[in-house]
Design a protein around this ligand. Structure first.
Ligand SMILES: [Zn+2]
Length: 88
């Protein structure tokens, strides 16, 4: 029996960061997008679920507006850092 868990914040952050990356005119290559996601996900509180229900959960999750706001702010910060020092 394997332990199957997933941090649903991954899908949430990745789903929301696209428009912010675009707004700032940041590079949209895989490396830059991954760097932005990693930065944000390292700073916000993870939300783990077992993957059996995790796939569905991440599509229906209702985020606290404060968490939503935190994601936007951290993404903006990450985008600026990536634009200053792109690793691609
Ligand atoms: Zn890039």
């Amino acid at each position: 029996m394997a332990v199957k868990i997933k941090n649903v914040m991954e899908d949430i952050v990745i789903g929301r960061m696209g428009s912010i990356i675009e707004k700032f005119g940041c590079c949209q290559c895989d490396q830059c997008q991954s760097d932005v996601a990693a930065f944000v996900l390292s700073k916000i509180k993870p939300k783990y679920v077992s993957t059996v229900s995790g796939e569905l959960y991440s599509k229906s999750v209702q985020l606290d507006p404060a968490v939503e706001n935190e994601i936007v702010l951290l993404t903006a910060e990450a985008v600026q850092l990536v634009m200053e020092k792109p690793r691609h």
